[in-house]
Design a protein. Structure first.
Length: 378
């Protein structure tokens, strides 16, 4: 018998542990559309704030245009097959023939479920009941419906990304499907010794398409783009050493100097997972090869944990954006799924699957995000 489970590969990233698309590879229509979405306010002049006059943003948009990543109009994407979301959600919510009346709510509910936002998902379920003219569901019914939807969503989808490297700039786009996040960043190295990094990002949402009978994906741009110079990044580097806390109130300790950085996450039982990596233009990239079964916190058989730690060493990777104020580091938690076989009392690793990401937020105090958990982390 083969079983698939998630590995508790504790890491945070907007997109590290996934396959890179070659420079000349075709970029999917969805990635093109999401790039258009997150950059639209700056290209159309609708973002009337300090961002619109930023020379770095102007250069970043010119680079994206040069790489043909900004088409004249938003790329057309295929609508999501109703059998993938609308029908199963309609069945779980007992909407019957009225399911098409609830397509916007189903799209929003799907995003909350996929992102592990239980509180928001239950609020949406309650609103669907009200719109359907039903009595408000009790806590048991809410819990049952949410768990049914969560369990039916299957394995978290792998992160998709592409990267382009040129002599004087780099472009990287990341669609963290399981986190409902999209980001495209441009590192401009045209000014010797004075590189800048500009990030356009947004939340990926599931919304009704033009027909109103199916769903499609779109990105809601963040309130601001983020542009950082080497001088600003160097100033931030001196402020981030010390203790941070995630949404599960686990401590993370940051040490190092200059571009070298180390992070240590402490589990509730005191076990530490240590990452080594780099700090560049306010972006942290670090990794830890799993070499101890205690690193893996999912409910896997000990034989599988031991095999993973002794023979496979799947990496935990972290990528975090240090916010300009220096009091938050924002990224995602990256994990993988493992397929293993069991028979005659023996367990054997069959395959380690592509990585997926869920959100993670580090703050300076344990109570900065009370009650907030970083997805379904173990």
């Amino acid at each position: 018998m083969k079983t698939r489970a998630q590995l508790a590969l504790v890491s945070a990233a907007l997109a590290i542990m996934v396959s890179w698309a070659p420079v000349n590879a075709d970029v999917s229509a969805e990635m093109m559309a999401l790039t258009s979405d997150v950059t639209s306010p700056y290209r159309t002049g609708t973002r009337a704030d300090r961002d619109t006059s930023s020379a770095a943003i102007t250069r970043a948009l010119a680079i994206l245009g040069k790489e043909n990543l900004l088409s004249a109009g938003r790329a057309r994407t295929e609508s999501i097959d109703s059998s993938a979301i609308i029908e199963p959600y309609g069945k779980a919510l007992a909407l019957g023939a009225r399911v098409n009346q609830f397509i916007p709510e189903i799209g929003t509910l799907h995003d909350a479920v996929a992102n592990g936002n239980e509180s928001s998902a239950k609020d949406i379920i309650a609103k669907i009941y009200a719109k359907a003219g039903r009595p408000a569901p009790d806590s048991a019914a809410l819990e049952s419906t949410y768990r049914s939807l969560r369990n039916s969503s299957g394995e978290a989808p792998a992160t998709e990304r592409f990267a382009i490297a040129r002599p004087d700039y780099k472009v990287e786009a990341t669609w963290a499907r399981a986190a409902n996040k999209f980001a495209v960043e441009v590192v401009d190295e045209s000014a010797p010794g004075r590189p800048t990094r500009t990030m356009f990002e947004g939340d990926v949402v599931t919304r009704p398409d033009a027909s109103g009978t199916a769903l499609e994906l779109a990105a809601q741009p963040a309130a601001h783009s983020q542009t950082i110079s080497s001088a600003e990044a160097n100033a931030l580097r001196g402020r981030i050493d010390g203790r941070w806390w995630d949404g599960d109130r686990r401590p993370w300790d940051v040490t190092g100097s200059g571009p070298s950085i180390q992070l240590a996450e402490t589990y509730p039982d005191g076990h530490q997972v240590k990452y080594s990596g780099t700090f560049s233009l306010a972006k942290i990239s670090a990794a830890h090869p799993v070499d101890d079964p205690a690193d893996i916190r999912d409910e896997l058989p000990m034989e599988i944990k031991t095999q993973l730690a002794s023979s496979y060493h799947p990496p935990y990777r972290v990528t975090l954006e240090v916010r300009p104020e220096g009091n938050e580091m924002v990224g995602t938690w990256s994990s993988q799924a493992v397929t293993y076989s069991s028979g005659f009392g023996q367990f054997t690793v069959e395959k380690i699957h592509d990585a997926f990401d869920i959100p993670l937020l580090l703050t300076r105090t344990a109570n900065s995000v009370p009650g907030a958990a970083d997805g379904d982390r173990p």
